[in-house]
Design a protein around this ligand. Structure first.
Ligand code: HGA
Length: 607
């Protein structure tokens, strides 16, 4: 989503602001802008589309000054035009915003009635107009902010510059993340620590409702009630190198290939290799009393949760509900005492998931989170934090975060089962052994990259593609379809193999490739029968299976992709690789923008 950066510096900031935006490009955006303070004026430069346009604009019309704010916008209200691009400004105030001001309509009407003129269609502009009104009435910037913030509903991270006070910026957060960074005689605001990585490692995470005045000397932070508060300064550890592509063509490709390493890294925190037992971080609630698990997530994380449902039920015999976060909160779910609510999110900031987490917390559920950013809002609000150690994920289409989530969830389900007395020592050891096989199997799966690249042209011309899987590989079919949709813009659906005959089989003809995920194992025969039903109707099949499966059922397929033979427990991790690579190579064949697919944003911080 939108990236925000603000600098109160000692040297000209325009180039550093644009550089900062470049580091946040991966989040997805459709326009960008900066505003600096210079010669008693607010100097604003904005451009539609990619940052190259803004760079050109700044080169042609420089924005001098040592203090400024900048933004990449992922439009929610109003088309992605220059006019709607942030910063929004009047003569007195310039502001960038991440989030949605949900009550912008009544506020806008109120301001229009006062004769104020709007120049954009955004929700954001009401905040600028409200602040300007108070400034024009003689309030100080801090007083204006203090008056306006309580009137805003929805979610926001704001960075604000004031013409009359050229040596400071004000930031505020409610529902969208914002951090303060401390440099040598400089202070920064940023959407996250990664955005500030080349500037500083010293970071304070603002809490919900906080607002902050930054100057060259440092930051003064206030809480939601306006009391001055201290927020710890921590070393972020975020490295600028983590957001380099290295020798890879795309971040997504780099992240797919990092999976053996990061899954091994993640597993190190969740299994004791020598004892062959699962090991979780300290849990300070009685896990044995948990009688129901509610899993809530969005997108790829939701599919990881679907796989986990199979594991929790199979190992721990505990009932599991699962829902997408955007639906969960609005359907009045039954949350009985003794329930564990489990949230899965790469960023830990996904607005829908975060809102669902807070809803469950209020309903008295124990909260566990699987997140990749251990300093995120979800991490901070959980009773049990289960970090994945995937490292920063830059590609908008999630890959390595997914397999690391699966690794953590498998360990959690097994731990749960052990504590509930549902797994013997031998069974636990077997699970650990299989999990520890995963990194090598992921490597073996990656060895088929060239084969997949070579058959991608068979899929690239398709308008629709179906993916089929059974059992824990059914969520994988949906994940495969999602990956293809996201980056190649081909319409794709994932189905439970057995569901085909209840409707979607009507779609089958020789223009619709059907990708079948069928590791040999207990469900293989059934899936292959469903595959034959497709073939009998002229469907063209891409079979993803191991050598044994391909020998048995590969004949007559349009293509086969061979995977190593793996235990069914780790099949969802290993089979993630070919569906990711297939989507990746199809997108490359079509020439789409793999790392910044159209309309998509990373870390979706609006509801
Ligand atoms: N609602 C604002 C900001 C959008 C946003 O936060 N995107 O990530 C707008 O549409 O400009």
């Amino acid at each position: 989503m939108c990236g925000i950066i603000g600098i109160v510096g000692r040297e000209p900031v325009a180039d550093r602001l644009v550089d900062g935006l470049k580091r946040m490009e991966y989040r997805g955006y459709d326009s960008a802008g900066i505003c600096t303070l210079s010669g008693g004026q607010l100097v604003r430069r904005r451009a539609e589309g990619k940052l190259a346009n803004l760079t050109r604009e700044v080169a042609e019309h420089p924005a001098p000054g040592e203090v400024g704010i900048a933004h990449t916008r992922w439009a929610t209200h109003g088309a992605p035009t220059e006019q709607n691009a942030h910063p929004h400004a009047t003569g007195e105030v310039a502001l960038v915003h991440n989030g949605i001001i949900e009550n912008f309509k009544p506020l806008r009407d109120e301001l229009l009635a006062l004769g104020r003129k709007f120049e954009s269609e955004t929700d954001t502009e009401v905040v600028v107009q409200m602040l300007s009104r108070h400034i024009e009435e003689g309030k100080s910037p801090a007083e204006a902010v203090r008056t306006v913030l309580p009137r805003l509903r929805g979610a926001f991270a704001l960075a604000i510059a004031f013409r009359q006070d050229p040596d400071m910026l004000i930031g505020a957060r409610l529902g969208s993340p914002l951090v303060v960074g401390y440099g040598e005689g400089e202070t920064y605001l940023g959407s996250d620590a990664l955005a500030l990585a080349p500037l500083t490692q010293d970071i304070s995470y603002l809490e919900e409702g906080d607002w902050v005045i930054i100057t060259r000397e440092g930051a003064t932070i206030f809480d939601v009630d306006g009391n001055e508060v201290e927020r710890a300064v921590t070393k972020s550890g975020a490295s600028a190198a983590a957001i380099e592509k290295g020798n890879y063509r795309h971040f997504m490709q780099k992240e797919i290939f990092e999976q053996p390493t990061v899954v091994a890294q993640t597993l190190r925190s969740y299994v004791r290799q020598l004892e062959r037992t699962v090991a979780l971080p300290q849990i300070d609630f009685d896990i044995t009393s948990i009688n129901r698990v509610t899993i809530v997530a969005c997108g790829t994380s939701f599919y990881a949760g679907m796989v986990a449902k199979y594991w929790f039920e199979m190992f721990a015999r505990v009932p599991v509900d699962i829902d997408v976060a955007s639906e969960f909160r609005y359907r009045d779910p039954v949350l009985e005492p003794g329930g564990l609510a489990l949230f899965i999110s790469q960023s830990g900031e996904t607005a829908d998931t975060l809102a669902a987490l807070r809803h469950c917390k209020e309903a008295g559920q124990t909260i566990a989170v699987v997140v990749n950013v251990p300093t995120s809002s979800m991490a901070r609000e959980a009773d049990l934090l289960l970090p994945t150690h995937a490292g920063p994920e830059i590609g908008v289409a999630s890959t390595k975060a997914f397999t690391c989530q699966l690794a953590v969830l498998a360990a959690l389900a097994a731990h749960f089962a052990v504590k509930k007395g549902r797994l013997s020592k031998d069974e636990e050891r077997a699970i650990v052994d299989h999990l520890l096989e995963a990194p090598a199997c992921l490597n073996a799966a990656l060895d088929h990259d060239d084969d997949i690249a070579q058959m991608a042209h068979l899929i690239a011309p398709a308008r629709d593609v179906l993916y089929l899987g059974r059992g824990p590989d059914y969520p994988l079919a949906m994940e495969g379809a999602l990956k293809l949709k996201e980056i190649s813009y081909i319409h794709a659906e994932g189905y439970a193999s057995g569901e085909m005959k209840h409707g979607p089989i009507a779609l089958i003809d020789d223009h619709v490739p059907v990708v079948v995920l069928a590791p040999s194992g207990p469900l293989f025969e059934k899936t292959v029968s469903n595959m034959q039903e497709v073939r009998a109707r002229g469907g063209k099949i891409v079979l993803i299976s191991d050598a044994e499966g391909i020998a048995e059922a590969g004949e007559g397929c349009m293509a086969t992709i061979e995977m190593p033979k793996v235990h069914p427990l780790i099949a969802p991790l290993v089979y993630a690789v070919p569906v990711q690579l297939l989507a990746y190579h199809v997108a490359c064949a079509k020439g789409t923008d793999v790392d910044q697919p159209r309309n998509l944003a990373k870390s979706v911080t609006v509801e």
